[in-house]
Write a protein that binds this ligand. Structure first.
Ligand code: GDP
Ligand code: IMO
Ligand code: MG
Length: 428
């Protein structure tokens, strides 16, 4: 039995979907434990691309997938995703996909508020995905949320929606000056949605727990990245859930003794979508070249991702916050053409050296990266399948990352396809 948590170490889009799909071969169950359809996870298998926002990336490997209690779920998006993936021959019957009765439901007003709030903030906006994630977690915390178990008690559901919408419509109209929503139309829509989703709704904690008792292998799939974490990220430029490994337990209803490893997914450089500080961001032609070669466009919103050099201050922070046991380095091939490659090893702030990631946004915005420069390899590595066959400078780059982060590299990805991967240590 081996239960592994997969987390993003940077600002999301590190290639979690690809690694989860790869490792899912040996898993019996795959569980999403936080976030919602702000995530976009891409898997490519034999040239065929699959993108999922809510359904765990283990589904392509035909593993039982769970949407845990810590996830916020837009049911219309979930139904669409079930249809899209089913039409491509993937089994998404309730036998294969289980939805926590405790997960919170993203309602239309959450999306309206998310977008209205961003608009009102103008240039101070967070750059959210506009999917209603923050407002849904907000209602969870203030104990006014709708949960999937409410779909089993429709009279109660209707009562809750009528009561909460009075307040939401007041807020939309009076504070944001935007259109109000039709409560009864929403109720009618959700009655139909509930009928379709009922067979999937269950106590996922019990089901995953039963699997663990039997000695099954479980993969816990994180969304976003450590520096988008609500506690530890670049607050307020973060998402609204805890993205670190500790939340795999809370967000799926398992205890910490059942976790055996934590794999941090690390892009061989850094990217970020949306607003917020980014110390190693590149504004020159190298940044543009990385953006182009890495096809750095968001899988959810299509926005261009900001690109920069590798930031070891961030990875060290992630290693500690998540208790990383292994690293999976992705997109190494994107650096193929570069003459020189830089690693930021510390920051300089007001003439002083900073080794640990600061909490203050103002400090971060004024930090300068201190770089170590390494020679590039300037050759195509997408066909390489063994570490020893990588160009010497690529091996040196990886060894340096390992050394500076004090964490072993167990997976190296050199292309988007499942096959374009080297597994250096077996994890499950
Ligand atoms: P996630 O959100 O962490 O699952 O990552 P995304 O799927 O949003 O973004 C990662 C992107 O990089 C996707 O388009 C992947 O297909 C792609 N990708 C993953 N690994 C590699 C790699 O090693 N090389 C290249 N060139 N692309 C990769
Ligand atoms: P995956 O799982 C990258 C970012 C948004 C925005 C901030 C808050 O694909 O790695 P939200 O809609 O969550 O309130 O937006 O978080 N963000 C992501 N960035 N990858 C993601 O997910 C993200 N999910 C949210 O761009 O800056
Ligand atoms: Mg993504």
């Amino acid at each position: 039995m081996s239960n592994i948590v997969i987390v993003g170490t940077q600002w999301g889009d590190e290639g979690k979907g690809k690694v989860v799909d790869l490792l899912a071969e040996k898993a019996d169950h795959v569980v999403r434990f936080q976030g919602g359809n702000n995530a976009g996870h891409t898997m490519i298998v034999e040239g065929e691309q699959f993108i999922s926002h809510l359904i765990p990336s283990g589904i392509i490997q035909k593993k039982v997938c769970y949407i845990g209690n810590g996830v916020v779920v837009d049911p219309t998006v979930l139904l669409e995703e079930i249809d899209t993936l089913s039409s491509r021959g993937i089994d998404l019957s309730p036998k294969m996909l289980r939805l926590s009765e405790k997960a919170h439901v993203i309602m239309p007003y959450h999306k309206s508020i998310d977008n209205a709030r961003e608009l009102k903030k103008g240039d101070k906006k967070i750059g959210t995905t506009g999917r209603g994630i923050g407002p849904c977690y907000e209602d969870k915390a203030t104990r006014r949320g709708i949960r999937f178990c409410d779909f089993k008690e429709m009279d109660l559901f209707k009562e809750k929606v009528r009561s909460i919408m009075e307040e939401k419509n007041f807020y939309l109209e009076k504070f944001f000056g935007t259109d109000t929503l039709d409560t009864e139309a929403i109720i009618d829509e959700y009655v139909e949605i509930a009928k379709k989703l009922l067979p999937y709704i269950t106590d996922t904690s019990v089901e995953v727990g039963d699997g663990i008792k039997k000695g099954d292998n479980v993969l816990f799939e994180g969304a976003q990245g450590t520096h988008l974490d609500i506690e530890h990220g670049t607050y307020p430029y973060v998402t609204s859930s805890s993205t670190v490994s500790g939340n795999a337990c809370c967000g799926s209803g398992v205890g910490p003794k059942d976790i055996h490893g934590v794999v941090g997914i690390v892009k061989a450089y850094t990217t970020r979508v949306g607003e917020g500080p980014f110390v190693t961001e590149l504004f020159d032609e190298i940044g543009t070249a990385i953006q182009k070669k890495g096809a750095e466009f968001g899988a959810t919103t299509g926005r261009k991702r900001r690109c920069g050099w590798f930031d070891m201050v961030i990875l060290r922070n992630s290693a500690r916050l998540n208790g990383l046991t292994d690293l999976a380095i992705t997109k190494l091939d994107v650096l193929d053409d570069l003459k020189e490659i830089k690693i930021c090893t510390s920051y300089k702030y007001n003439g002083e050296s900073i080794e640990n990631f600061p909490a203050s946004i103002k400090t971060l915005e004024n930090c300068e990266p201190v770089y170590e420069t390494m020679p590039g390899w300037e050759e195509d590595i997408t066909g390489v399948r063994k570490f020893e066959d990588l160009p010497e400078n690529a091996q040196k780059y990886l060894k340096r990352l390992e050394e500076l982060s004090e964490t072993r590299i167990s997976i190296v990805s050199v292309g988007p396809d499942r096959e374009e991967t080297m597994v250096l240590n077996d994890l499950m």
